[in-house]
Design a protein around this ligand. Structure first.
Ligand code: PLP
Length: 406
């Protein structure tokens, strides 16, 4: 490992989060740390708590933890559930699998809905099968349905509104918990409109921040459940957090400098307008997929309706080790791509197209991929870079923009 290596030019960090942090945010984070119990801090706290509610599209409390996304996963479970509770989870990929393992370790009884092999790792959540399972649970043993909105290991985005409809149609009282760690601020997520009870987010994806803060967006029903939930909790407990947050403070030392960064990120995203932010992600996803198709390679997501606007999984032909291709690309072109995770190790790599990016950054990323694939001996059907250039040149940003009312 060459930690002191400083190649000329800038590194291309094209994993699906963390991505490049904009200079504006880096500068904000570098400001002097202030007293987290002093008067200035309260104003910052109130500002970021209000802004993050707009990003989650909720009127209800959002809790901000000085922790990575995994912490916010745990917070969602321990605040709402009791030992031995049944929870229905769906095997969409590696992150859904990790969340289910966490539920087991916490003493919950997760049931994992899935398809054989890696079939479920290519598709969105099947809301009908959730509805069916809930209808069969006439005694209402299942306390929560937990789904991953944007499965970062596969590049598949699930229809959360459909899951809500399925729960309602089954007349089942289970809570709906949604991991939108890699969806927030890059894929459409509407906490209140979709009736999500706990939404889980992270800083290092669409918010363009370094890793280190994460979120729980709550519903009144989730807050109600937290009053009787018996799993042990202290650091993660919502009650003290929500209480302190009312005046813009935290019950313990918050991640002050990352909150400066969050404040800057919120200013940037809200000035651009969330609909525009989402439109540029959708457009980038289309451009990258045009490249993968032109190469003649397979996209990991098998359902076009579920293509992720955040990342694309590129499946390697049989006999090609995706990690060897990634290694060549990293060594030759200083470009980092996401590795295949869990069941997809070595089978595919992931191109992140989120956050602080633009058409030319993505074209350079695709050029690095195309050259690396050729160097690795992969036969390509055509030029993906050309296909993406054609796509980006023919589709102006304005085509994808949704005008924001001023
Ligand atoms: N869930 C999803 C969908 C993720 O993409 C990640 C991380 O990439 C996590 C959970 C875990 O978050 P963290 O690695 O920040 O703890």
């Amino acid at each position: 490992m060459q930690l002191n290596r400083h190649p000329a030019g800038r590194h291309f960090l094209q994993i699906p989060g963390p991505g490049p942090v904009p200079d504006r945010i880096l500068r904000a984070i570098s400001l002097p740390t202030i007293d987290h119990r002093g008067p200035e801090f309260g104003a910052l706290g109130l500002k970021v708590l209000d802004g993050i509610r707009q990003i989650f599209q909720t009127r209800h409390p959002v809790v901000i933890y000085p922790a990575s996304g995994t912490g916010a996963w745990e917070a969602a479970l321990v605040n709402t559930l009791s030992p031995g509770d049944a929870v229905l989870m769906v095997e969409t990929g590696h992150f859904a699998t990790l969340w289910k393992k966490m539920a087991e370790r916490l003493g919950l009884a997760p049931e994992f809905l899935g398809l054989p092999g890696t079939e479920g790792w290519r598709r969105g959540v099947d809301a009908d099968s959730i509805g069916q399972r809930l209808r069969a649970d006439s005694g209402h043993r299942i306390q929560a349905v937990c789904v991953v909105h944007n499965e970062t290991s596969t590049g598949v985005t699930s229809d959360i509104a459909a899951v809500r409809r399925a729960i309602d149609a089954a007349k089942h009282p289970a809570l709906l918990m949604v991991d939108t760690i890699s969806g927030l601020a890059s894929a459409d997520y509407r906490h209140d409109e979709w009736g999500v009870d706990v939404g889980i987010g992270g800083s290092q994806k669409g918010l363009m921040l370094p890793p280190g803060i994460s979120f729980n967006a709550l519903s009144p029903k989730a807050l109600e459940a937290s009053r009787s939930a018996a799993l042990p909790k202290s650091f993660w407990a919502w009650d003290e957090m929500v209480e302190s947050n009312r005046s813009g403070y935290w019950p313990y030392t918050p991640n002050t400098n990352l909150l400066y960064g969050l404040s800057e990120s919120l200013d940037m995203l809200l000035a651009e307008g969330l609909p525009n932010v989402l439109a540029r992600h959708r457009r980038w996803g289309e451009g990258v997929r045009a490249a993968v198709r032109a190469w003649g390679l397979e996209i990991q997501c098998a359902e076009p309706a579920c293509y992720s606007p955040v990342l694309t999984g590129v499946v390697m032909p049989d006999g090609v080790d995706a990690d060897r291709v990634r290694r060549i690309i990293h060594e030759r072109f200083d470009l980092s791509l996401g590795t295949g995770l869990g069941k997809l190790k070595g089978r595919m790599f992931r191109i992140g197209h989120l956050g602080d990016s633009n058409d030319l950054t993505l074209l350079a990323t695709l050029a690095g991929c195309e050259m690396g694939l050729k160097l690795a001996g992969v036969t390509l059907a055509g030029s993906g870079v050309q296909a993406a250039m054609d796509f980006f040149a023919s589709r102006e940003q304005a085509d994808a923009d949704v005008k924001v009312e001023s």
